[in-house]
Design a binder for this molecule. Sequence first.
Ligand code: 5RP
Length: 221
Amino acid sequence: MTDPALPNKQRAARAALALLQKDMILGVGTGSTVNAFIELLVSEGAARHLRGAVASSEATSARLRAAGVALLDLNELGDLPLYVDGADEATRARQLIKGGGGALTREKIIAAAARRFVCIVDESKVVERLGRFPLPVEVIPMARSYVARRLAGFGGRPVWRQSTTTDNGNHILDVHGLTITDARWLESEINQIVGVVSVGLFAARPADALLIGRDSGVETV
Ligand code: 5RP
């Protein structure tokens, strides 16, 4: 089935391509928008000018490897100059919900280690307030039920994403129906629950720029 948002994802991805520099080490996220970005890296010949990349998932690693991009270990590197990734929801304050693809923890690590985080989205992802998209929380498997009970205390309904084991060997709870009025506060509270590995709120470390693909072009926020 074709994705109706694909043209706008491709527009945003193309705008991010313009930010690359020769010999750069790039952080690369996960998802269909990033896949469009990787396809452009190849078709526009930019892949061969990169020194290498740090990937946020095994799926992205496989695509980059196939594109001939050297995969690098973040432990061997300093901070990254640029991280390009998509999002499930984004506000104009550049706060995000991520993790629909299950890669939230590695995404958070790369975002933390990046001097510049550029988020590429199609216009359907832009919201006034975060929370319509169920909030992903990666948990240590034995803590899943405990964490679910704690998460319910914030007013949401946690659902175990049974189809998914993360690249880190963990489980994901998707929290439906949350009213998120203070994303930084909620991110900090959820991070403190024992057994939580990470939460897909990117509020304390939002994106530095949002590239929004629209039918009319790309808006930079
Ligand atoms: C993966 C993510 C993705 O960025 C998010 O799910 C957006 O995906 P897509 O570009 O396919 O809409 O956070 O964990």
